[in-house]
Design a protein around this ligand. Structure first.
Ligand SMILES: Nc1nc2c(c(=O)[nH]1)N[C@H]1C(S)=C(S)[C@@H](COP(=O)(O)O)O[C@H]1N2
Ligand SMILES: [Mo]
Length: 155
């Protein structure tokens, strides 16, 4: 299982959970920020900064929004300004893969909703456009419209 990171300046890469976690400058128990949850986590914003440096990229500006998508197509869009406490849970205390939320789970402790804590994250998109900064946080299942639904007349 890999996680795709897509950033219009830095590029598009895929990491395993251990590759992703190895980029983080510091890893710590998730309980430091989220009550009642156990496992190991890393801070999202410092991960992003370390990643940009490691990629030798120079976006030269701050992202405006983060979009994450779970394996079940649940997704969330979060203004970058809501991510100051955001963290990624990546393994259990004993080092084994997450039993719930595998491969990784995002937590946004100071976000506007608990619904933003996306489980089983497989895709992460980093946005820079000003328009994205204006929007508030969003979450829910991706719209998947079947050909049958498209053909059916509205009643
Ligand atoms: N992948 C995925 N993540 C998800 C969801 C989901 O359906 N799929 N539900 C969200 C919602 S609406 C809530 S309230 C929380 C619930 O987290 P919990 O299962 O730890 O209680 O997970 C969020 N993360
Ligand atoms: Mo929710």
């Amino acid at each position: 299982m890999t996680i795709e990171i897509a950033d219009e300046y830095v590029g598009r890469v895929r990491y395993t959970v251990s590759e992703l976690a190895a980029i983080a400058p510091r890893r710590f128990p998730v309980q430091e920020r989220v009550n009642g949850v156990t496992g190991k986590a890393f801070d999202w914003l410092t991960w992003y900064e370390a990643w940009v440096r490691a990629q030798q990229a120079e976006p030269g500006r701050t992202p405006t929004r983060l979009e994450v998508e779970g394996a079940d197509e649940f997704q969330a869009g979060i203004p970058w300004s809501e991510l100051k406490q955001a963290l990624v849970l990546y393994e259990q205390e004993d080092g084994s893969p997450l039993a719930k939320g595998y491969p990784i789970r995002l937590y946004v402790p100071d976000g506007s909703s608990e619904c933003l804590n996306v489980k089983s994250v497989v895709r992460i998109r980093i946005l820079y456009d000003e328009e994205a900064a204006e929007k508030s946080a969003t979450y829910g299942f991706k719209n998947t419209i079947t050909p049958e639904q498209l053909l059916k007349p509205r009643s």
